[in-house]
Design a protein around this ligand. Structure first.
Ligand SMILES: NC(=O)c1ccc[n+]([C@@H]2O[C@H](COP(=O)([O-])OP(=O)(O)OC[C@H]3O[C@@H](n4cnc5c(N)ncnc54)[C@H](OP(=O)(O)O)[C@@H]3O)[C@@H](O)[C@H]2O)c1
Length: 351
């Protein structure tokens, strides 16, 4: 099936979000025509920054209201589009009938468009490696596209692993529908932990990685779960991966590609990094709060050892998109500067 033609029309769902808005911006920079799908175009706080983007004044960028909970909301928007970057979250990931029903109506709008030939579905590395039992990461330590979490673990329930399970349901729904339809294809992008500059104030609390960095700046942050190193990707590189998958001549329906730099960063090193990278801030480095019961805290050293032997891979993404991933320092510096500049966060200072 066809990649997008130069200057072609691309719809982006979740366009007011952190990743979606960077996908919009990169598509515009590369000359495409973009239909930015947001929940409500009248929500100025969340959408005005899109109107400031190049291409809005000429009409190359248009904004469209589409609440993903309303079946049919994409019917008119997708007509005439060559591709869709389906980046949006859904309202909940724990109700899997709901997740599937959202997929079905988005798929129906793609089928009805008559023009969409490629869809990039934003999944997550949670659909690659989110395990209830971390020993599974010892048994299968290579984190690459063919890997899925242990589906047979009885503790893998919608309540505990709803996000990971919901993402896999969505991946399968799109791939199977594309296979059945025959004219379009679905390519899955599985991003790691997105860090980088926010483009609008409302994005400061999302991610959740930029929210964690905001908490560090304010002097109070937690260990990431009991212990889980950050697996970062710069949000700008993630956007480049999405666009690269829309453009690639190599990719095929059903393939999934991981977007991450393959670095592993401890949460306390993220906090220390703020001071190391931006000494001008006179930022007061703090240690993470221990919020877990002692029984769980005792597992931290075991979890550190498990993560240290994991092998994160991004060979496939680099091969098909040519994206070269930024180092975390650049993502962290630019995230911090945007939290201060765009979101007006005042970092705690050393006395
Ligand atoms: N951030 C990460 O590190 C990360 C990592 C792996 C995967 N992902 C995936 O990447 C995608 C984007 O994440 P993000 O970090 O950019 O999140 P985000 O900033 O919260 O953006 C998500 C967007 O989805 C929209 N949305 C949610 N419910 C909606 C609804 N009912 N109708 C219409 N729009 C709705 C939100 O609209 P409103 O602004 O109106 O709420 C928001 O613009 C998600 O699918 C997420 O699972 C993210």
């Amino acid at each position: 099936m066809a990649p997008i033609p130069y200057g072609g029309n691309v719809a982006v769902t979740g366009a007011a979000g952190f990743i979606g808005s960077w996908v919009v911006r990169l598509l515009l920079d590369k000359g495409y025509r973009v239909r930015a799908c947001v929940r409500d175009i009248n929500d100025k706080e969340r959408t005005d920054f899109l109107r400031q983007m190049p291409g809005y004044c000429s009409g190359r960028l248009t904004l469209h209201s589409a609440d993903i909970d309303n079946p049919g909301c994409f019917d008119e928007i997708f007509k005439g589009c060559h591709a869709v970057a389906h980046v949006s979250h859904v309202t909940t990931y724990t109700d899997h009938n709901y997740v599937k029903s959202v997929c079905d109506h988005v798929i129906n709008s793609i089928n009805e468009s008559g023009t969409v030939s490629r869809v990039v579905v934003t999944s997550s590395v949670a659909a690659v490696m989110s395990e209830m039992n971390l020993d599974e990461l010892v048994r299968r330590p290579v984190l690459y596209e063919e890997r899925y979490p242990d589906e047979l673990d009885p503790r893998r329930t919608a309540e505990r692993q709803g996000y990971s399970m919901g993402k896999i349901i969505a991946e399968h729904a799109f791939v199977e529908a594309a296979e059945q339809h025959g004219f379009w294809e679905a390519i899955t992008c599985c991003p790691g932990d997105n860090v980088g500059p926010i483009l609008a104030l409302h994005q400061k609390d999302r991610g959740p990685w930029q929210r964690h960095i905001q908490e560090m700046l304010l002097g109070r942050y937690e260990q990431t779960w009991v212990y889980r190193p950050w697996n970062p990707v710069d949000v700008r590189d993630d956007a480049a991966c999405h666009v690269g998958l829309l453009e690639s001549l190599e990719v095929r329906n059903g393939e999934r590609y991981i977007a991450w730099s393959t670095e592993l960063i401890d949460v306390e090193d993220v906090c220390r990094g703020i001071d190391r990278l931006l000494p001008e801030l006179n930022f007061k480095v703090t240690e993470p709060l221990e919020v877990h019961p002692e029984k769980l805290q005792a597992r931290e050293s075991k979890y550190r050892a498990i993560w240290a032997q994991c092998d994160l891979r991004n060979d496939r993404m680099k091969a098909v998109t040519g994206v070269s991933f930024r180092g975390f320092d650049e993502s962290l510096r630019d995230c911090v500067e945007s939290l201060i500049g765009v979101a007006k966060i005042t970092p705690v200072k050393r006395t």
